[in-house]
Design a protein around this ligand. Structure first.
Ligand SMILES: O=c1ccn([C@@H]2O[C@H](COP(=O)(O)O)[C@@H](O)[C@H]2O)c(=O)[nH]1
Length: 272
């Protein structure tokens, strides 16, 4: 998917909501556990109930890998379901990959070619040759961790080296890589005030912003500092939406939670 197609969808739906599909079988409604594939069954109901309110879905691969081959199968069925029924929706494999070049090439093939995701999250620690294999794919997006939502972000990312914070150095150097136009960045909603500085470095790149909802980040704060001329934000909520209810009416509860965020997004977009 091109960035232009993503932006068009945002304007059409008046939403820049990304729904995280982090399926934990201890949290899904009990009646689904008798299904042949309870993970996919859960995702299908959530997608059917929310696709008109969201522009992106983000399965975190950890929640599928934890269930072995059955989990991976459920991930494959989920992305196939999205690509077949909602090809306009942007898909993110939250896998946080990155390795020596030839290994990264295989990760990129796995997520872009085999599974057919539009984007994958990557970790910058191993540098240029670990990320460029992802950037080589046309109309695919590589979402680099810049400033994460967790407390541990302060261990390395905000430390200064040669007078500059590591997350700023990550952004600046990554902009020099080949095909860097295919880069997006992860910035946690819990670090909203940092977005002011981040936007000076990347005025136009899309930012994937997790941390609204269960982690306490504020949608309005993120928008205050993070909106760009092409909107430039995908705001993710996972647990806050998919576990809004846990009995037979869980789909309705998820839709209401998604609607609440989408309504706020619509208000923000209408005020621009
Ligand atoms: O900095 C980061 C990077 C990734 N995540 C992931 O996003 C979701 C957030 O889930 P919630 O339930 O809405 O808290 C999850 O998959 C994280 O692994 C992040 O939170 N922060």
């Amino acid at each position: 998917m091109t960035t232009e197609e993503l932006v068009a969808q945002i304007h059409k739906k008046k939403s820049f909501l990304c729904i995280g599909l982090d399926v934990d079988l201890n949290k899904v409604p009990k009646h689904l556990l008798t299904e042949e594939d309870p993970i996919f069954a859960f995702n299908k109901v959530i997608i059917d109930a929310t696709h008109h309110l969201a522009v992106a879905y983000k399965p975190n691969t950890a929640f599928y890998e934890a269930y072995g081959i059955k989990g991976w199968k459920a991930l494959e069925k989920t992305i196939q379901y999205l690509n077949k029924n909602h090809p306009e929706i942007f898909t993110i494999a939250d896998a946080k990959r990155g390795d020596i070049g030839n290994t990264s090439s295989m990760y990129a093939k796995a997520f872009f070619e085999d599974l057919g995701f539009d984007s994958v999250t990557t970790a910058p620690y191993m540098g240029k040759d670990s990320i460029e294999p992802f950037l080589n794919f046309k109309d695919k997006h590589t979402i680099l961790l810049a400033l994460t939502s967790n407390k541990g972000a302060f261990d390395f990312q905000t430390r200064k080296i040669d007078g500059k914070e590591v997350y700023k150095t990550v952004i600046e150097i990554s902009k020099t890589w080949e095909n860097s136009q295919n880069l997006m960045y992860v910035v946690g909603a819990t670090k909203a005030s940092y977005l002011k500085d981040i936007r000076k470095l990347v005025p136009n790149n899309f930012l994937l912003v997790p941390g609204v909802g269960a982690q306490g980040g504020s949608l309005r704060e993120v928008c205050k500092y993070g909106l760009s001329s092409n909107i430039g934000l995908l705001i993710n909520s996972s647990r806050g939406i998919i576990y809004a209810g846990n009995n037979k009416d869980f789909a309705q509860a998820a839709r209401s939670a998604a609607k609440e965020l989408q309504t706020q997004m619509q208000e923000i977009l209408d005020a621009l």
